[in-house]
Design a protein around this ligand. Structure first.
Ligand code: SF4
Ligand code: SF4
Length: 115
């Protein structure tokens, strides 16, 4: 079982997750397929070792083990799998990035229909 980044990540700029993944399997898509988003990161399920390190690190609470992905984000499991063997990079966290406030986290969940 792998982990999935849900659409709660969309437009995230903090990229804390990639800094803690021991196998560097959290990617930003760099190709041209419009069905694979570039404004969220995706976990390669073939490389993820399900260590859980990224979950507490994500300030937007966007990452779940596949068997705990909320129903509203269930399609994101397949979406993450699309990153396998695609052009991609492991992005680095920009310096000085601030974490969201609890209010911003709740507001993002509400906006994505998960609250
Ligand atoms: S830390 Fe969370 S919200 Fe930010 S890029 Fe990673 S998965 Fe997305
Ligand atoms: S669960 Fe571990 S291996 Fe999988 S993406 Fe998160 S940090 Fe990386």
């Amino acid at each position: 079982m792998a982990y999935t980044i849900t659409k709660l990540c969309m437009n995230c700029k903090d990229i804390s997750c990639t800094q803690v993944c021991p196998v560097d399997c959290i990617y930003e898509y760099t190709g041209d397929d419009p069905s694979i988003p570039k404004n969220m990161l995706l976990i390669d399920p073939d490389e993820c070792i399900s260590c859980n390190a990224c979950v507490p690190e994500c300030p937007w609470e966007a990452i779940f083990p596949n068997d705990e992905v909320p129903a509203i984000f269930s399609a994101d499991i397949e979406l993450n799998a699309k990153i396998v063997a695609q052009p991609r990079i492991v992005p680095i966290r920009p310096e000085g990035t601030k974490n969201p406030t609890p209010e911003e986290v709740q507001s993002n969940k509400k906006e994505k229909g998960y609250s």
